[in-house]
Write a protein that binds this ligand. Structure first.
Ligand SMILES: NC(=O)c1ccc[n+]([C@@H]2O[C@H](COP(=O)([O-])OP(=O)(O)OC[C@H]3O[C@@H](n4cnc5c(N)ncnc54)[C@H](OP(=O)(O)O)[C@@H]3O)[C@@H](O)[C@H]2O)c1
Length: 483
């Protein structure tokens, strides 16, 4: 069996996109793998409508008859295609976007039948290529110019070698050498404008959060930043306005370690705004001495795992109104040293070590990000995590003074560290895909050593366990996993 999934931002309304997709007689217009397509029955397209597609396989074509088996206009249509040798189930999900357009997700499952079934294990190898071409065709047909902007390009062999060499040497990749070299590779273009978009950035009083707020405001976005106190918040607002004159910037207060304050923050946001386009969870610190928050949860995990979970959950109504919307988690390369283990995530008093607690929390952020992806599939809300490399911020100077001193000249600027978060906030790539882990605008492996990796089943379990833990601690349980 092979599965291909792709997302396309359509400039057409949900109804128009749905009608176009449900009428499979249009398939030859967008799918280069379809030589011709026709409707075999008459009347309005609906449940039971049948189509014949002549599908290209190598230099030959073979007929494949499709029938609509689920028809829920304008949300979901499922077409089942069957011949003697192939069975294909194609599911199209459409969600309306805040700008009047829509987002469509194409999910195709292909299975070979009879004696050809032996080839099922290797089917994915070429099905991905066919799927990519189909989705590219859909983007050309349904997408507006926004989709074509600032997509990362392969950048050619030289760029790939440069990137690979940097990635192999952690110091090269994480230090200022990473963006300094990668920014000269093809595809590293200015991010899309964000006029009309609203972004909430947590922990935006200094370092990467402030640079992120300045970055998105410079692209035209409205910024709501969060802080722990009025003075620092007002200084941050002024710094964003200085970087982006005329920017629409406001702030809300909350200590992310205190869940009642996170709830207050969400309530205030929702009272003032109906829509959120981008939520960036940046607030975080490496806390040397074990500290318990009001809920009795250790501060690192409370503020960097449970609080982002709670805030995302409470802001779902606004994120849904902002679809296509995105949630970005600022993670850390420190998590490469840790595997996920819920039993040891919250470190006890006798074993607490700030660096380990921080790295464990950052690993947990990735597990949680994937759980959001599972639970929010097809909603038009996407989830990504990024790590900033090593950047010269008040946070790093305070928590790792020795490291900051030695690495000083090689640390990234806050702007370089924040670049990928800004780019993810702006780029269509972050709504056409979900569940990515990024550094320097490129998806990266989530593991650098084999012992941090869980098996697929363990990883699946880990997401469910962490979700249940967050729900128990915060009192918010949210959407269940789809069955
Ligand atoms: N700098 C790096 O090299 C690096 C590398 C990997 C990951 N990161 C991640 O990047 C993010 C930003 O770090 P940074 O280096 O920019 O540090 P920073 O300069 O210390 O900024 C941290 C921000 O988070 C806020 N914050 C911390 N704990 C909070 C809490 N409990 N409640 C509310 N706000 C809180 C701080 O608010 P206050 O102003 O009130 O303290 C500040 O706005 C963090 O998630 C960090 O883990 C940084």
């Amino acid at each position: 069996m092979a599965r291909y999934k792709g997302t396309v931002i359509s400039t057409r309304s949900a109804e128009e996109t749905f009608d176009y997709m449900a009428d499979f007689a249009n398939a030859a217009q967008w799918d280069p793998g379809t030589a011709s397509a026709q409707r075999l029955d008459g009347g309005t397209v609906g449940l039971g409508s049948i189509f014949r597609l002549d599908v290209r396989i190598g230099s030959r074509t073979t007929p494949l008859d499709y029938r609509i088996v689920t028809f829920d206009r304008p949300h979901r249509v499922v077409l089942l295609g069957e011949s003697d040798t192939i069975r294909s189930e194609d599911t199209v999900t459409v969600v309306p976007a805040a700008d009047g357009g829509s987002i469509l997700t194409y999910d195709a499952e292909l299975r070979l039948k009879g004696s050809f079934a032996l080839a099922n294990p290797v089917l994915g190898l070429f099905f991905d290529r066919i799927g990519d071409k189909g989705v590219a065709g859909l983007r050309r047909t349904l997408g507006g110019p926004v989709v074509a902007r600032d997509r990362p390009q392969a950048g050619g062999a030289v760029a790939a070698v440069v990137d690979g060499l940097l990635e192999a040497t952690v110091a090269g990749s994480f230090s200022s050498a990473g963006p300094a070299l990668r920014r000269h590779t093809a595809g590293w273009t200015p991010p899309s404008r964000m006029d009309g978009m609203r972004v909430l950035v947590t922990g935006a009083t200094s370092g990467l959060g402030l640079a992120t707020a300045q970055g998105v405001a410079s692209l035209g976005a409205e910024v709501v930043l969060t802080a722990r106190g009025h003075d620092r918040a007002e200084r941050a607002v002024a710094a964003v306005r200085e970087a982006a004159p005329g920017a629409d910037v406001s702030y809300l207060l909350a200590d992310m370690g205190e869940f009642d304050q996170v709830r207050g923050l969400a309530d205030e946001f929702l009272a003032a705004h109906d829509r959120l386009d981008v939520l960036i969870h940046n607030a975080g610190a490496l806390t040397a001495a074990r500290t318990l928050t009001g809920s009795g949860t250790e501060l690192t995990v409370a503020s960097q795992v449970a609080a982002p979970y709670l805030l995302t959950g409470l802001l779902l109504p606004a994120l849904s109104n902002g679809v296509p919307s995105r949630v970005i988690q600022v993670c850390s390369g420190g998590m490469y040293a840790q595997t996920f283990d819920l039993d040891t995530l919250e470190m006890g008093a006798d074993e607490y070590d700030g660096t380990t607690a921080y790295a464990k929390a950052k690993r947990a952020q990735l597990v949680l990000m994937h759980e959001w992806v599972r639970r929010m599939e097809g909603t038009g809300i996407t989830f990504h995590a990024m790590h900033p490399g090593w950047a010269d911020t008040p946070g790093i100077r305070h928590s790792l003074p020795g490291f900051a001193k030695v690495m000083g000249p090689f640390l990234r600027t806050p702007e370089q560290g924040a670049d990928t978060a800004v780019w993810l906030a702006a780029s269509p790539v972050a709504i056409e895909t979900t569940g990515g882990f990024w550094l320097d605008r490129k998806e990266r492996w989530e593991h650098k050593v084999p012992w941090t990796r869980l098996s697929e089943a363990e990883f699946d379990d880990a997401g469910a366990q962490l979700w249940a833990w967050c729900a128990q601690r915060t009192g918010w349980s949210g959407p269940t996993r789809p069955v």
